[in-house]
Structure formats: C-alpha cells, structure tokens
Design a protein around this ligand. Sequence first.
Ligand code: SF4
Length: 343
Amino acid sequence: MESKICDLGTVNDKELKFAVIVSKYNGKFVYVRHKKRDTWEVPGGHRELNEDINDTAERELKEETGAIKFNIKPICDYLCDYSLEREIDDESYGRLYYAEIQELGELPNLEIGEVKLLEHMPDKLTYPKIQPVLINEVEKRMKIKKLIDNFQVRNIEVIYVPNLECAKNKILNLVPTNVSIGIGHSATLQKMDITKTLNDRGNTVFDKELAKEKEECKVLKKKALLADWYITGSNAISVDGRIVNVDHSGNRVAAITYGPDNVIVVVGINKIVDTWEEAIKRVKNIACPLNAKRAGFTPPCVKLNKCVDCTSTERVCNSLSIIEGQSIKGRIKMFIVDEDLGF
Ligand code: SF4
C-alpha cells in the first residue's frame, strides 16, 4: 500500500494525527534534520491532545524551522503507511500543508538540530518512499492553483477534477438536456464516451465520428460550429493561461474561437506545460505525430517524432490557435482532469 492522498476535509478531524508542512523560504524548500538522525525531512509532527490540527501545523513549523512570519494553508489529507519505511505495522492520517516563510528566526533548542534550504530533494530523506509523494502533491497543486488564477483573469473558468468520470458527471449536469452540442474530435472525449451518453439522453449531437461518409462528416463539422454548446479536448494548456490547439481542417479551432456560445474543454494533467511557447512545442512535437498516426496521415513528424515544419500534403497542423482569453466571461469552461489523457 502507498501513502494515499485524500481531498481536504474528507478525513474525519479526529482521525488526523499529525501535520506535515512543505515549506519554502526565498524560493527554496526547507528541510530539517532531527538531532538523533543524519537524514533530512519535511517539517511536521504529531498533534497534541485537544489541539486544532491547523495549530499543530503552525506550532510544528515554528518549532522545527524557527519560522517567525509565514503564510500557511492546508493542501489535502492523506493516509500514511509507515510500514513502507519501517518494519512495523503503522498507518495513520495526517494533513498536508504548504507554507511560504517570510522570516526565519533562531531555531528553538528542541528536537531539530539543523535546517537546510534546498532547490531539490536531498538524497538522504528520512522517509524516502513517503516524502517525495507529499512534496510532489504540493508542487502539483500549487501549479494548478497558479494556472487557475491565470485563466481566471483571462475570463476562462477552470474546474479541477480527480478523474474522467467526475468530469463527465459534472458536464452532464452543466449541459441542459434540450440543447444541441458540437463535439470536437479528441481521444479524451472518446474515452469519456460523451457522444453516446448525450445522444442517449436526448441531446442533438453533431460529432463527425457519427458520419457514414465524407460529405456527411463535412456537414456535421459545420453544424457543430452553430450548436448551442461545444465540447472538445485540447492539445496543450499552459500555466500562464493559454489554450493551444492545431487542426487539420480547422473546424475545432474555429468552434473554440467563435463558434457556440458555450464551450467546454476537457484536458488531462499531461497536457499542462509552463508557458505558451512550450505549449506550441508540445503540440508540434508530441500531439501532432501521435494524432497524425491515429488518423492515418504520414507527415514527416510521424517517423521523426518531431516537427520539421513540413509542407507535406499530409500536414495535420494547418491551423494553429492560441486562445489567450475571452471577451465573454465563462464562455469557455475548462475541466482539468488529474489523469493522463489523450496525446
Ligand atoms: S508541420 Fe508537418 S512535421 Fe510539423 S507537426 Fe505539422 S505535420 Fe508534423
């Protein structure tokens, strides 16, 4: 069994036995060394009798790092299985926090002998199977938070969900049953099987995958542009707040840009990169070759696994779109699914 991450507040408060605080000071991670050990760990410790778990986190941070001024916030709860690290059967729930320390004072003369500021994880961790999971979880959530903020100021709403099933349920609740919906072709939506579910419950669905021949495919793509809603995947999104896509014929980028009044974009966490420049690189060098192969095209990137800016008749990236924002707030809603999905 591994340390299991649970959503914040889903564990009964009485079950929370300790607090762990992933912390940064001047952009570096704070690690501490217990006086009796030569290994490094994230600050944290056990909850005292009748102590509020948030007070535990603050107290442990002060006692173990000497922090004087800091902003601390809870990230999630988790089940920690210490049998992973020690020859004893011991598991309990804890709460994970993130703290930005503004001022470090003198280290209290308690259990901790040394504090270290590092850019990366140290080699000698006290709990090498548990701590990386917690640190990675905090980094992932901080990244998502930054991404949500950056999209929000660009009038694009982001909904972060744990899995594809959860995204599907939320989408089905959001989209009325009496509207028409265009579908932008995507491996993620295929996996979600959204077209069939929407059709079965009575929505009018324009999905080119339903076409029996080429002309019908063209008609469905055009009808999708004027549907009430549009649901699609995306080739890449960036933490700096951009949605980047390429298209062979351009129907999907047209619909997202100025098609239906309501657009839903569903993306897996694997599509997130830091900047729009990296998003374009991802689209051209990862998404294009895989999508071309899937569609039966053979531009050079299929063999080379990288873009050579071809002018092949098989070129699949004839239209490149960067959505930088929306004039109408909330027209685009983006579901970020905490799973690897599509290419
Ligand atoms: S320009 Fe050509 S080689 Fe580059 S991604 Fe597009 S199809 Fe592939």
